[in-house]
Design a protein around this ligand. Structure first.
Ligand SMILES: *Cc1c(COP(=O)(O)O)cnc(C)c1O
Length: 488
């Protein structure tokens, strides 16, 4: 069994095994003609159940055959141009190469003595990102597992910075006084984080959005005023730069102005919109982001990186101390004075993947412009898709896209009421998924069911969008036909 350990003696085995796997995946990617097979849970479960994990096959080729059956054959393929559902991107090849390298070397980025150069590469990418945002000379940050963790860490820092030193603060239940302001269209990880941070259910104050799904700053000002008047403590404003459903970007300059006036931490959740940091055409849509105290970026959404690749950035490196704990065996305090760079001092994680390498390989091979161009292409595609939808009487589309999502619904001509429109759209989404011809997402707007395209594949064309819209309309019509049959 030692022959399976990756070491100097097994490099030939390593090379042939990995190559065999790469060959399979390459062949798969080249031949998938649909984003999904439409396999059901019931069909797939027995195939996975039948495998006895206590009886290994021993042989790589046999295991890859088995994997074909339980996973590769029926996986959901994000690289296919008709996968239009969630915030998943097709990945760039330099990043996949980075993934292979970082797994094989297996550095852990918590301490210098487990990563050496990896630490410096991560730090350089953090500096690069902070410079693109414009956070200034004292900025810092760290890679995380995703936007959820980045938001949690940012709000942890905000909470610690918000605790007033005044007498009486610690009496009673101080955390009960803290409030976070985020738009109605913000990500649910804001609520989750607040609960994890010991805040109350009502701590996250939803701020209404305007017609374009951007936070209403007049409403925010009103809420901040009310908060202080009621003797509560505004802990943070979370501005979203790219809401998950609509790609809308909250008015960052106005929000920054209000945060400055009330002395509130500004967190910008740019998990999705961060792709604009590399854009050649639309960078100005992020204007004002440089005034943030903290920023979430998900490279695994709009930088075409494999999951996971994400970071949290801060304007003032000193605030990261709220995540610093020392262990004698790992990162003793003296190492700070010895100037040994231990990234664990800034992170919620301990053992941590060298995800930064993927972005490094990407920037070194393609450059930031290469990434920005891809993101610009999907934003332009969304604009084209909006025109198609707006001109098509079969559909109702919610907002003109700022990034690359389209939220819409089908309104079949023969439909009788809103509940039936809901059911027709739910049916169309399910039927499309079951067919495997395309994968689309769904969401609710104003209590009604809508469909959503998240466009992150530059290979998707306007013709693909038109074809998928026809499929959706076809399924919706079919649903109405069937429900008429049922009624008669
Ligand atoms: C996706 C998303 C998140 C969460 O990021 P994960 O990487 O999925 O944890 C947070 N905020 C916004 C706006 C998002 O779109």
């Amino acid at each position: 069994m030692r022959s399976h350990l990756l070491n100097g003696l097994t490099t030939e085995h390593y090379r042939s095994s990995v190559t065999e796997g790469v060959e399979r995946v390459a062949a798969k990617l080249a031949t998938t003609d649909r984003p999904f097979t439409g396999v059901t849970v019931d069909a797939l479960t027995p195939r996975v159940d039948a495998i006895d994990l206590d009886r290994p096959l021993g042989d790589t080729a046999a295991v890859l055959d088995e994997l074909e059956d339980v996973y590769l054959k029926d996986a959901v393929y994000f690289h296919h141009p008709r996968y239009l559902a969630h915030l998943n991107c097709p990945v760039v090849i330099p990043a996949v190469l980075g993934e292979a390298v970082l797994s094989a070397v297996n550095s852990s980025l918590d301490t210098w003595d487990q990563s050496a150069g990896g630490t410096l590469i991560e730090r350089k990418l953090i500096d690069w990102t902070a410079r693109r945002i414009g956070l200034g000379p004292a900025a810092d940050g760290v890679f995380t597992s995703g936007g959820t963790q980045s938001n949690l860490q940012a709000l942890l820092l905000a909470r610690e910075e918000a605790k007033p030193g005044r007498a009486g603060w610690e009496e009673g239940d101080p955390l009960a006084k803290l409030r976070i302001f985020a738009s109605e269209a913000s990500h649910f990880s804001v609520q989750k984080s607040a609960r994890l941070l010991g805040l109350r259910q009502e701590a996250v104050v939803p701020v209404p959005v305007d017609h374009d799904k951007r936070m209403q700053t007049v409403a925010l000002a009103h809420e901040l005023e009310r908060c202080t008047r009621d003797g509560l403590v505004p802990m943070a404003v979370v501005a979203t730069a790219g809401t998950t459903d609509f790609g809308s970007i909250d008015p960052l300059p106005e929000i920054a102005e209000l945060c400055a006036r009330y002395g509130v931490w500004l967190h910008v959740d740019a998990a999705y919109g961060c792709g604009l940091l590399a854009s050649l055409k639309y960078r100005d849509r992020l204007a004002g982001i440089e005034r943030a105290d903290s920023v979430t970026v998900d490279y695994h959404k709009s930088f075409f990186q494999p999951v996971s690749s994400s970071a949290v950035l801060v304007k003032d490196a000193a605030t990261l101390r709220h995540a610093t704990y020392h262990a004698e065996y790992l990162n003793p305090r003296r190492m700070v004075h010895e100037r040994i760079p231990n990234q664990v001092d800034k992170s919620l994680q301990t053992t941590r993947r060298f995800d930064a390498l993927k972005l490094w390989m990407t920037l070194r091979v393609m450059g930031a412009d290469g990434i920005g161009q891809l993101f610009d292409e999907v934003c332009d595609l969304a604009a084209e898709g909006w025109k198609l939808l707006a001109a098509d009487p079969r559909f109702d589309v919610v907002v003109e896209p700022t990034l690359s999502t389209l939220v819409f619904r089908c309104i079949p001509a023969a439909v009788t009421g809103p509940a039936e429109i809901d059911r027709a759209n739910l049916y169309a989404r399910r039927a499309l998924f079951a067919s495997g011809d395309a994968v689309v997402a769904g969401t609710k707007v104003g209590g009604r069911h809508y469909l959503k395209f998240t466009l992150l594949n530059p290979e998707t064309t306007a013709a693909d969008i038109a074809a998928v819209l026809d499929l959706i309309a076809g399924h919706a019509e079919q649903y109405l036909g069937e429900s008429l049959d049922r009624a008669s």
